[in-house]
Ligand binder design. Structure first.
Ligand code: GDP
Length: 424
């Protein structure tokens, strides 16, 4: 069985807790895109862990974790992440961690490029995480990336590759930005320092996943970021630099010919968005502040307040459709308990026309929200464990979302703990 678990909106939908829950049923957890530019915090009996690169199954016993071809991996960051987990008693061996030989290494000069460019942009900056993600995907598509398999080259071969890449890269870093040029010898030393420890994990992910699939194992594909951050179908250019969508999961993990059996879309009962870019349903002033406070919508790493809004029917329907969701996990419904009336963005107004389909480009920039208000739940719902426990207004709200996004809601979460969940 192949299952993907993905975000349907702008990210921070509460994917971490759903991944944690679904992990139990899985044999293999694979990541298929992105790097250490996002992550989730997982809290369990062993402590609090931040996973930026490692798949979430690493915190569960007897799960194999795979980092796929489609990922970009800062091996220095990875070594740090492995070290921290090992210090907390988590066992990480080639038996439970496999790294695809085709994944691309995020190099120190990629990070430097990211920082140089954000600084050059000044106030017009994208709000990049400055972790080299866009530059390293750029290298990949310019065919100038260093791949995980290259760690197995001799020093001589690797040095020749690095010299070739840097003769091009330094044209920009040194010639363009005027920064110190990077030296092939230094990069070789860096690759050896952080690459040697991860050599035992290098795997042909295609061979491995094909075998697992044939053996009838349950494989989960774990996404980073949501639909609207997809490079092609998101709110470009306020997107990430890779394909976040479920359709890409088999390709990015190593089994392009396989089709997913199940796509679980994680969708929040209201909206939040980090950073710049169009966010039509945004609520401002007191209404926004109250919702942000109720939902604890502050960046996990930075503490920065997130932008918030009511549930956005237009964006969420699009998000679920683009992911090809077979079911939805609706999260953080309990957060709305304080509201007397619940704001929902039911459509957009684009240049005087009512828009139900998610627009792109200038139409999205110009879009204004059309809000309708739903009856509040009238009670704290965080202790509800069955559909029947929910107040009628909450059930109507869930039914409404199910109908509007045209996908079955199979889970509703009503609190952050593992047991705060209703199986619908
Ligand atoms: P992710 O990256 O998609 O997992 O999203 P976040 O990192 O923003 O995680 C969502 C936050 O909301 C975490 O602090 C969770 O513990 C919390 N959370 C998840 N589900 C629920 C829920 O149903 N209710 C409440 N109140 N909090 C939740």
């Amino acid at each position: 069985m192949l299952t993907a678990i993905v975000g349907t909106n702008w990210g921070d939908e509460g994917k971490g807790r759903m991944v944690d829950l679904l992990c139990e049923e899985m044999d293999v957890v694979a990541r298929y895109q992105g790097g250490n530019n996002a992550g989730h915090t997982v809290i369990n009996d062993r402590g609090k862990f931040i996973l930026n690169l490692l798949p979430s199954g690493i915190l569960h016993e007897n799960k194999v974790n795979l980092m796929g071809n489609g990922m970009v991996i800062d091996i220095e960051h990875l070594c740090g992440e492995i070290e921290k987990l090992r210090a907390a008693g988590v066992s990480i061996t080639p038996d439970n961690l496999k790294i695809s030989s085709g994944a691309t290494i995020t190099m120190p000069y990629d990070k430097a490029m990211d920082i140089l460019e954000e600084d050059r942009l000044g106030d017009a900056k994208y709000g990049s995480t400055r972790r080299g993600i866009a530059p390293v995907y750029g290298d990949k598509y310019m065919k100038k990336g260093v791949r995980i398999a290259d760690l197995l080259y001799s020093d001589e071969e690797l040095l020749a590759e690095l010299e070739n890449i840097l003769s091009w890269k330094n044209l920009t870093i040194h010639g363009g930005y005027g920064a110190e040029p990077y030296k092939a010898g230094d990069m070789l030393a860096w690759l050896r320092k952080f690459g040697d420890p991860i050599k035992p994990f290098i795997t042909n992910s295609t061979v491995y996943l094909t075998q697992q699939h044939k053996a009838g194992k349950n494989i989960m594909f774990e996404a980073q970021l949501g639909t609207l951050r997809d490079i092609d179908y998101g709110i470009y250019p306020y997107t990430t630099s890779s394909t976040t969508l479920a359709a890409f999961a088999p390709i990015g993990a190593g089994v392009p010919g396989l089709r997913l059996d199940r796509v679980v879309g994680v969708m929040k009962a209201y909206s939040s968005c980090v950073g710049a870019g169009p966010f039509t349903c945004e609520l401002f002033g007191e209404k926004g502040d109250e919702l942000r406070e109720a939902g604890g919508e502050y960046g996990a790493a930075t503490g920065r307040p997130r932008r918030v809004g009511g549930f956005d029917v237009v964006a969420s329907r699009y998000g679920a459709m683009m992911q090809g969701c077979t079911e939805i996990a609706l999260t953080k419904l309990d957060v709305l308990s304080y509201l007397k009336e619940i704001p929902v963005c039911v459509s957009y107004d684009c240049y005087g026309e009512t828009e139900h389909d998610f627009p792109t480009g200038h139409r999205l920039d110009a879009a204004k929200p059309n809000y309708e208000y739903f009856e509040g739940f009238g009670a704290d719902i965080s202790s509800c464990r069955k559909k029947e426990d929910l107040p009628a207004a909450a059930r109507r709200y869930i039914d409404y979302i199910e109908r509007e996004v045209d996908c079955r809601i199979s889970y509703v979460s009503v609190g952050p703990a593992r047991e705060d969940i209703i199986y619908m």
